[in-house]
Ligand binder design. Structure first.
Ligand code: BGC
Length: 432
């Protein structure tokens, strides 16, 4: 009897120890899920993202199709959850991760969103051996590898590079009014006044999901501060009540006086539509908007619409990278690595990115597969100063981004710069 009790206690103890070690280790891999071993090779791969619907899902579908052609034996499921910028998907993901029920692989932005959440919590496998085996270490720009690494280990594979600081404009509307796309804030307000005088909405906004207003705000911050000082906000070297940051809030406030009245009931696609059909002249959005304008609305780059860096950000590139990794405890880690291998390949990146609006993360992709916007952006990326996106989780922790979204939402309606500044100063306590 005693022996049985002791044996059971021992078994329980062993189970607890192994559970703890698999939860807490960040750079070692857990048993049965080592890079290159274990798991159920027939378990389906649920690919988790927020790429559903217009402008979002075409690239993912192309990637999944390529994977199915190459691996007909590995079942794959598109487990996307709708909502721009991960508005809903991130909450679903968090509850799955907390419940130790991770998707086979999931969309996650390089930077804080990956490293300060899932890697820091010990939820991700290191992919160092995978990068080595696939020969990937020199296939991505070092800045991108840095965004998916923590303490010298690599944790995910970038599928793309999106640019946040793009101002899209309806070519006909500007031409007919004798206007040129603005490159500075002064020019922006001159153009906006001229359009307003003609009864045309100067700037389209769709902040039904508040991140879209944060997105506009981050481009203003970059335009006023420049990449270096913008970067200092996330390390605490520049305070949110610095005169320049307050100036950015004033400019952002002024910009809001030129947006469509129904902005709070539109999402980012609806805002892009206003520019597409000439009801509004300009829109600030990441280049997934180009995927939407071209693939869904069938508009032509540089004919129907044009693009310039947002005011004051020429030579600067607000970078967003969508990446996928290998969570600990998945059923089919080998299958996940096969998916990551297709996603990392030139073929995979060139199937995905021309449809998505982004440029390839790989430096050796086939530039001829990209339209003029893609070609220009690939060139710009090489020489531009990079800055991490706030709205898309690269610059700062999720806790901080959530607070900024809340405060931006209040600011858009109340437009009180002092209160907004105080709220950002208070939120900065979330920054590590
Ligand atoms: C993602 C893009 C996506 C956009 C809109 C961003 O956070 O990086 O891939 O297209 O949100 O949903």
């Amino acid at each position: 009897m005693k022996k049985t009790v002791l044996l059971s206690l021992f078994l329980v103890f062993t189970l607890i120890v192994s559970a703890c070690s698999s939860k807490s280790s960040t750079d070692e891999t857990s048993e049965g899920n080592k890079e290159g071993s274990g798991g159920d090779a027939s378990a389906p791969l649920d690919i988790f993202s927020w790429w559903t619907g217009a402008g979002e899902e075409d690239g993912l579908k192309a990637l999944i199709q390529l994977f199915e052609e190459k691996h007909p034996d590995i079942p794959i499921e598109n487990a996307a959850v709708a909502g721009g910028a991960g508005t809903n998907a991130k909450a679903v993901l968090a509850s799955r991760m907390q419940g130790d029920d991770p998707p086979a692989t999931f969309q996650v932005h390089g930077g804080a969103e990956l490293n300060e959440a899932w890697v820091a919590a010990g939820k991700m496998e290191s992919l160092n051996d995978f990068y080595e085996a696939e020969g990937l270490n020199d296939k991505f720009p070092q800045e991108l590898i840095d965004m998916v690494s923590k303490d010298g280990n690599i944790y995910s594979v970038p599928v793309n590079i999106h640019r946040s600081n793009v101002l899209w404009y309806n070519k006909k509307v500007l031409e007919e009014n004798g206007l040129e796309a603005p490159t500075s804030f002064d020019e922006f307000f001159e153009v906006a006044d001229a359009l307003k005088a003609k009864g045309i909405t100067p700037l389209a906004l769709g902040d039904k999901e508040p991140w879209a207003a944060t997105h506009l705000y981050e481009t203003v911050l970059l335009g006023v501060l420049g990449a270096e000082d913008y970067g200092k906000l996330w390390t605490g070297e520049l305070a949110f009540d610095d005169a320049k940051v307050v100036e950015a809030a004033e400019i952002f406030k002024k910009m809001l006086s030129y947006v469509n009245e129904d902005h709070a009931s539109r999402n980012w696609q609806d805002a892009s539509q206003l520019v597409a059909n000439g009801e509004a002249a300009m829109n600030v959005m990441g280049d997934w908007a180009k995927g939407y304008l071209v693939n869904d609305l069938k508009l032509a780059v540089n004919e129907d619409f044009g693009y310039v860096p947002t005011p004051g950000t020429d030579g600067q590139f607000m970078v967003i990278t969508d990446t996928f990794g290998l969570p600990k405890g998945v059923k089919n880690p080998e299958g996940v690595k096969q998916f990551l291998s297709v996603l990392a390949s030139v073929e995979g990146q060139d199937a995905f990115n021309p449809l998505k609006g982004s440029i390839p993360a790989r430096i050796d992709a086939d530039i001829e597969k990209y339209d003029q916007y893609g070609k220009d952006t690939i060139e710009d990326f090489k020489s531009a100063t990079l800055a991490p996106s706030l709205a898309h989780g690269s610059a700062a922790s999720e806790g901080f981004v959530t607070k900024v979204n809340q405060n931006i939402n209040i600011f858009v309606t109340q437009q009180d710069v002092g209160q907004f500044t105080d709220s950002l100063v208070a939120a900065a306590a979330e920054l590590k």
